[in-house]
Design a protein around this ligand. Structure first.
Ligand code: PMP
Length: 281
């Protein structure tokens, strides 16, 4: 396959990273995952803008403009003849003799590649199980940084228990999923944690919130508790790859009647319509 390595399209084998790359040694970098439907990027400008915001927050100067990046990513999709899948892209602070402080000269390293990923029809239709886990991450979860150990440990705990996702909480307040945003429906109202430093403001989250007025669903961006989660009428998670995935079991207990809820299904259908509008088919 063809990958992007800095400004060049090269074979995947030709992309080799230095062992003193700061991304490799410290997780010193930022990333994005963009969905491709029908060969077109979905909400690419939102993802690219967020990449620039994440980079600014860690004082990393990106080696391209938004326009250059957009153009290169669509060329990458074309070269790989990708129909349905994702682009993964990351920028690290690059290679320099190992030391915590930033190198004097910036030499960021950019890589991007595509992958075929079908829409997760089965999990979207049937729902998945989740566990509850303590959110032990740092206090800048708004940055989409390469430092994901807190997320990985929570996800692994979920998988080791046969669950798909870990829903995280700080002192009983639900923040988000280990790799997704978390939502509940209670009394015909959608509730989700506000976009503070404690969560990643997901692009799928933003798209959903934008679509709610059109289906008459009231939105409350307010923190909710574990009790609210466990007594909700509907629970779902949202992300670029999982789209809207219903949560039908939490810590082994059924959510409502263990079936995806009506509002969740309505949101899935308007998100699908928005995808079709942007990407066709
Ligand atoms: N929160 C976290 C911690 C995530 O890792 C992700 C997905 N990368 C999200 C939320 C959802 O973000 P998006 O909708 O932009 O994929």
């Amino acid at each position: 396959s063809t990958v992007l390595y800095n400004n060049n399209f090269v074979s995947r084998e030709a992309c080799t990273v230095d062992m003193e790359d700061r991304g490799y040694q410290f997780g010193d970098g930022v990333y994005e995952v963009i969905r491709i439907y029908s060969g077109k990027m979905f909400t690419s400008q939102e993802h690219i803008t967020r990449l620039f915001e994440s980079a600014e927050k860690i004082k990393l100067d990106l080696p391209f403009t938004k326009e250059e990046l957009t153009k290169n990513l669509s060329t990458l999709v074309e070269k790989n003849k990708l129909h349905t899948g994702t682009i993964y892209l990351q920028v690290t602070r690059g290679a320099s003799a190992r030391q915590h402080q930033f190198p004097l000269e910036g030499n960021p390293v950019f890589t991007a590649y595509t992958k075929e990923v079908p829409r997760p029809e089965n999990q979207m239709n049937e729902g998945v199980a989740a566990i509850i886990a303590e959110d032990v991450r740092w206090l800048r979860c708004d940055i989409k940084s390469l430092n994901l150990l807190g997320n990985l440990l929570a996800k692994q705990e979920a998988y080791s228990q046969g669950s798909f996702e870990a829903i995280l909480h700080r002192d009983g307040t639900v923040t988000e999923g280990s790799s997704s945003n978390a939502f509940i429906i209670k009394n015909n109202q959608l509730i989700t944690h506000p976009a503070t430093n404690l969560i990643l403001n997901g692009i799928t989250r933003r798209e959903l919130l934008r679509l709610c007025p059109g289906i008459g669903l009231d939105v409350k961006e307010e923190a909710f508790t574990l009790d609210d989660l466990l007594s909700a009428d509907e629970v779902f998670i949202a992300s670029t790859t999982a789209e809207i995935t219903p949560i039908v079991q939490i810590d082994g207990k059924d959510v409502a009647d263990r079936k995806p809820g009506e509002w969740t299904k309505k949101l899935q259908s308007v998100l699908k319509a928005s995808i079709q509008e942007q990407c066709g088919e």
